[in-house]
Design a protein around this ligand. Structure first.
Ligand code: SF4
Length: 519
């Protein structure tokens, strides 16, 4: 054995870098482990990438610092006024009450205790979007926060020119089959109320909507009144929607910042509200009505998904003044929603060059005091229409590694047409890859166990097990069967005599002491 090899075997070159948790629950294999920070559950660093120099520090504040004005703090405990009835998971957590939903979320995560889930919710770093009406229909609660595994969202919904209710229900079931943790009904066509009702009653996953879409059916956005807005929100909350995208952070003062952008506003809700503000010469009604909206959402425990109406629509517009000013306002709204007892996550971009992703995640972590970040991709290049599930899941992996808690999928049809069933599958799989890759990198306990099981089957040339453990066994089987391989100890990629795995098995039979020099 050469001196170089001996040195490799005797030293731990990466010891000082591997402070993260081991993602294998049994310490399997020979990898030095996660290079992320220590797990840090209960702190702003729960499963966090090491900060590149220059990144914003986490906020020192949490949701505990933004209690309703009539609450007191006694010996570190939050004390509500007498007669107070908790309505939201956040309020229960503030009182130290572990709800059945927190127990269920801890059970699903496996490595979190119900008390840790409760603590993270009280800090505002984790949410359980669970409208009490939807819970009564059979919602299976899901936790969204960086202390939990990374979640993915699938967007559904009929447009005025394509699809219908039955097709959307089929897409919902299909999305859940392929791993969607939440789904958004973004319908803009057909009977919206009926479609939403059917989706909520079918869904075991949390359902989100963008209520402004329904508000402008049959009327132009300029005609929208404050009363219309509150009425629609009340209706959807009563129906059982678990989270609302509310674009309340796009202020009138931000609109001039879009003039030099290559592609202006690309959020549907954002563009509609900007049109309303310009027409009326008034502030964003969602901002002006924020306290009333909070009251409705608190009553049913609808979680906020604070919308990013000014997200960049191209690499050229990423991390610009418009986007960051809106994010600052989202930080203010996070504090106000917490003070009203509501659960909050914050939406993020969009189209972001790879090098800017960490800054975007860590700026949100600071400004929004660790509220879960819900990002759309981001796409890391703009020139691959037809493949944007890939361009965006590259960005999504980085986003989750640097702090995003939930990734909104992008399908191959993004920017081109309404996704169909197969596109939903492709989008979900791309995003399961992104979420899982980030979880392993962050050292989430047990996250690599499924990879290790498949690696063992691969090492054993056990094709049956290899395919059974695959995320998409049907596709893996179809590819395996494309070429005939009479024996089971190789595949057509290299052929029998060149099969490194088979040769490696032969070597292992010899035993390490008998290996020849230079193998
Ligand atoms: S033939 Fe090549 S690709 Fe196929 S199992 Fe063997 S080493 Fe892997």
């Amino acid at each position: 054995m050469s001196a170089h090899r001996a040195e490799d075997n005797d030293s731990h070159h990466f010891g000082h870098l591997t402070s993260g948790n081991d993602p294998s629950s049994t310490g399997a294999g020979s990898t030095p482990g996660s290079f992320a920070r220590p797990a840090g559950i209960g702190t702003p660093y729960a499963f966090s990438s090491p900060d590149t120099p220059g990144m914003p520090e986490p906020s020192e504040l949490t949701a505990r610092d933004f209690l309703p004005p009539d609450w007191l703090v006694d010996d570190g405990s939050a004390v509500p006024p007498s007669g107070f009835q908790a309505a939201t998971q956040l309020e229960h957590a503030r009182l130290g009450t572990v709800t059945p939903e927190m127990v269920r979320v801890a059970g699903r995560e496996g490595y979190l205790t119900p008390e840790q889930v409760c603590e993270e919710i009280a800090a505002g770093r984790l949410i359980i979007p669970a409208n009490r009406i939807h819970l009564s229909y059979g919602l299976d609660p899901t936790g969204i926060g960086r202390a939990a595994t990374t979640k993915i969202n699938a967007n559904l919904g009929a447009s005025p020119v394509a699809s219908g209710m039955e097709e959307e229900i089929a897409k919902l079931e299909w999305a859940v089959r392929w791993g969607a943790d939440t789904a958004m009904d973004l319908s803009t066509g057909g009977n919206l109320d009926e479609c939403r009702e059917a989706i909520i009653r079918h869904a075991t996953v949390p359902i989100g909507t963008v209520p402004i879409y329904s508000m402008i059916i049959g009327r132009s956005v300029e005609d929208l009144t404050h009363a219309d807005i509150l009425e629609e929100m009340e209706k959807q909350a009563k129906q059982g929607v678990d989270f609302f995208t509310i674009h309340a952070g796009l202020l009138r003062e931000h609109i001039p910042y879009i003039k030099d952008r290559l592609i202006g506003i690309v959020s549907r809700g954002g563009s509609l509200l900007a049109k309303w503000m310009i027409h009326h010469g008034r502030q964003n009604p969602m901002y002006d009505l924020f306290d009333e909206i909070c009251a409705i959402m608190r009553e049913y425990d609808v979680a906020f998904s604070l919308g990013d109406g000014l997200r960049p629509g191209g690499l050229s517009d990423a991390t610009d003044e418009a986007q960051m000013r809106e994010l600052d306002t989202l930080g203010e709204l996070t504090e106000r929603a917490w003070a009203a007892g509501c659960q909050v996550m914050v939406e993020g971009p969009g189209h972001v060059p790879f090098d800017q992703i960490e800054y975007n995640m860590k700026y949100e972590r600071r400004i929004c005091h660790g509220a879960p970040f819900y990002v759309l991709g981001p796409l890391v290049t703009d020139i691959f229409p037809g493949y944007d599930h890939i361009t965006s899941c590259i960005g999504a992996t980085a986003a989750a590694y640097h702090g995003a808690a939930i990734l909104c999928y992008v399908t191959p049809k993004e920017h081109l047409c309404l996704p169909k069933k197969e596109d939903v599958k492709q989008g979900c799989i791309a995003y399961k890859i992104a979420a899982h890759a980030a979880d392993v990198a962050l050292g989430i306990p047990g996250s690599r166990d499924s990879d290790d099981a498949l690696t063992r089957a691969r090492a054993d040339l056990d094709w049956k097990e290899h395919i059974r453990l695959s995320f998409d066994p049907e596709t893996a089987r179809a590819y395996r069967d494309e070429d005939e391989c009479p024996d089971e100890d190789y595949c057509s990629m290299c052929g029998r005599d060149w099969c490194a795995v088979r040769i490696s098995r032969e070597i292992e039979v010899v035993g390490p002491g008998e290996r020849s020099e230079g193998v």
